[in-house]
Write a protein that binds this ligand. Sequence first.
Ligand SMILES: Cc1ncc(COP(=O)(O)O)c(C=O)c1O
Length: 390
Amino acid sequence: MERIYYDHAATTPLHPEAAQAMLTVLQGPPGNASSLHSFGRDARKLASGARDLIAATIGCRPDELVFTSGGTEADNMALRGVMEAQAASGKRHLITSAVEHHAVLKECERLERGGYEVTYLPVDGNGIVSVNSLREALRDDTGLVSIMYANNETGTLQPIAELAAAAQERGVPFHTDAAQAYGKLPITVRELPITVRELPVSLMTLSSHKINGPQGIGALYVRQGTPLQPLLVGGSQERKRRGGTENLPALAGFARAAAIAAEELEARAVRMEELGSLWIRLMRKASGGTAVVAGHPDLRLPGIVSLMFPGIDRESMLMNLDLAGIAASGGSACTAGALEPSHVLSAMGVPEELANTAVRFSFGLGNTTEEMELAALRIETFLGRNRKSS
Ligand SMILES: Cc1ncc(COP(=O)(O)O)c(C=O)c1O
């Protein structure tokens, strides 16, 4: 049976050109970018070429990027790094939202245990944070605001430009976790001659494996002048903001994947719109009209479709999907094999019983409409069986 992968929000297949870029480095001569000899100089050149490419995709200066081990480390670094720096001037209050990724929420909990204060902004039924609620929550001792760009469970997009502007008006740095949005939407942090308007964010999280790059690498964009303490200390890499020898093969793969995503941005967006809306239509039909989309109807990444199937237990749905060769996700963290209730859907006010039927399908490279028709037929078969037996 042909296996079908609809879990691109979890991770994506490595682009063949990214794989090739990595292989070239892996099979090439050794080189530590901090060494002074010619091998080291070659490694440094390679790292800075990759840095330039990635910087160009968001319109920032190359030295405003700090490479990390992925989105999780970038989120941790943004929150802890900025709050520790801000604490020196008595700012120990942080604002975030109730629907963030755990890489943000768990760091918030850890900061709270360390004596920081965190405000969790609510979201409406579509999963959106209101700009007014942020304005009301901002205080003189607020050191940072962190609100995600696109939600990893529902794809819902936040009004980041307006939220970041509200923080900026009060002189508070704004971080956005763009792990899901980067490479899928035009995101420019500085005015470039020919592109969209500037996004007034101070920090932004990027992750490589969500855009067909390798796993285990990401970056934190840090606008020049933003206060930040390093998370990892040791060598003086990344301008003393993150100690540790650069992961050159991963960096080369990330840069190649980022450049391709930027080149193909528009074509991919059109494709995702086509696939996402087709999937919604097919799933409505397969469920006898009962499937409901979670998240904002329009302000969403089209490639992430979270569907709730009333009356159908999520674990049996995922098991049946797996038996049908279709990879999708429960949409929330899996702990010891058990699905936890989704904090995102619960913050949106979705009743627990309905939330527990949510399955996230996410699309990307390699998916086709023909394959979708096939997947939908397989799903229709077991949903039909389920309806008959109940
Ligand atoms: C919104 C969001 N933030 C952060 C992360 C963590 O990124 P990484 O897997 O690169 O650590 C993810 C990955 O699932 C994500 O979706």
